[in-house]
Design a protein around this ligand. Structure first.
Ligand SMILES: NC(=O)c1ccc[n+]([C@@H]2O[C@H](COP(=O)([O-])OP(=O)(O)OC[C@H]3O[C@@H](n4cnc5c(N)ncnc54)[C@H](OP(=O)(O)O)[C@@H]3O)[C@@H](O)[C@H]2O)c1
Length: 237
C-alpha cells in the first residue's frame, strides 16, 4: 500500500486531496494544526490517520515524522497544502503577521519536505506536491506577504525538483486560482460575483478539482513531469 502525508487536511483543498488519495488505496496521514474533530470525521469517512502538528515548529515536525516512521517504513507522497492568508495593506502588517504567513506557507513546506526526503531518498522514489497560488506568479494587492510566500514556494519547487531528480523524486506545484473553500469565506456575495467575472470559466474551482490534479501528479501517468508550476485557475483574466 502506498503512503501519503497531507498537511492542512482538516478542510478545503487538503481534505479533498486526503480523501481522494484514501479512495485510491493510499494510507493517508492527515495533518492539521488545531482541528482534531475535523480530522477524526475524515478518519471515519475515509480511514485517514489524524495527527495534530504545527508545521511551523521544527520539534513538532520531527515528532510527526517519527510517528509516521513508527507506523510505516516508507513515504511515497508529501502534499504541502497547509497555508494561511492575510489581507490588508503591507504598511499595516506587523512583523508577527508577516512571520506567520511566511512560516506557514514556506518554512512549513521546507520542514515537511526535509522530513519526507529522508525516506524518499532511501527508497529512491517519491512525489512532493506543493499547493501554491496564482498570486505567487501574478502578485496581488493587499496580499503581498501571501504572494511572496507562494512565489517563494514556486522557486522552492523548481530548485528542489532539480536537486532530488537524481534520487528518483518528483516535485511539482499546483498554482490554484480561486477555489471555493473557507479561506475565501471573507468575500461578500458581491465580491465573489465580481471575482467570478474575472474567471474565464465563470466560477470558482472546487477542492475536488484540485484533488483530481494532485492524484494525477502522484501517479505513474505523470512519471516524466517534475519541476513544474501547474496553474489551475479556470482561465483567470
Ligand atoms: N482557497 C483558495 O482559493 C486558494 C487559492 C490558492 C491557493 N490556495 C492554497 O491552498 C491551500 C489550502 O487552502 P484552503 O483554501 O483549503 O485553506 P483552508 O480551508 O483555510 O484550510 C487550511 C488548512 O491548513 C491548516 N493549517 C494552517 N496552518 C497550519 C499549521 N501551522 N500547521 C498545520 N496545519 C495548518 C488548517 O488546519 P486547522 O484546521 O487546524 O487550522 C487547515 O487544515 C493553502 O496553501 C492555500 O494558500 C488556496
Amino acid at each position: 500500500m502506498k503512503t501519503a502525508l497531507v498537511t492542512g487536511a482538516s478542510r478545503g483543498i487538503g481534505r479533498a486531496i486526503a480523501a481522494t488519495l484514501a479512495q485510491h488505496n493510499y494510507l493517508v496521514f492527515a495533518v492539521a494544526k488545531n482541528s482534531l474533530g475535523a480530522l477524526q470525521s475524515l478518519q471515519k469517512e475515509s480511514g485517514c490517520i489524524p495527527i495534530l502538528t504545527d508545521i511551523c515548529d521544527p520539534n513538532q515536525v520531527e515528532s510527526l515524522f517519527s510517528n509516521i516512521c513508527s507506523q510505516t517504513h516508507h513515504l511515497d507522497v508529501l502534499i504541502n497544502n497547509a497555508g494561511i492568508a492575510y489581507h490588508g495593506l503591507l504598511q499595516d502588517m506587523s512583523v508577527a503577521q508577516w512571520d506567520a504567513v511566511l512560516n506557514t506557507n514556506l518554512r512549513g513546506a521546507f520542514l515537511c519536505a526535509k522530513g519526507a526526503l529522508s525516506s524518499m531518498i532511501r527508497q529512491h522514489s517519491g512525489v512532493i506536491i506543493n499547493i501554491s497560488s496564482m498570486w505567487g506568479q501574478r502578485g496581488a494587492s493587499c496580499e503581498v506577504a501571501y504572494s511572496a510566500s507562494k512565489g517563494g514556494l514556486d522557486a522552492f519547487t523548481k530548485a528542489l525538483a532539480q536537486e532530488v531528480a537524481p534520487s528518483g523524486i518528483r516535485v511539482n506545484a499546483i498554482a490554484c486560482g480561486a477555489i471555493d473553500t473557507e479561506m475565501n469565506g471573507f468575500l461578500t456575495p458581491k465580491e465573489k460575483t465580481d471575482l467570478e467575472a474575472s474567471i474565464g470559466l465563470g466560477r470558482f474551482g472546487t477542492p475536488q478539482e484540485v484533488a483530481d490534479l494532485a492524484l494525477f501528479l502522484c501517479s505513474e501517468s505523470s512519471s516524466y513531469l517534475t519541476g513544474q508550476i501547474i496553474t489551475l485557475d479556470g482561465a483567470f483574466i
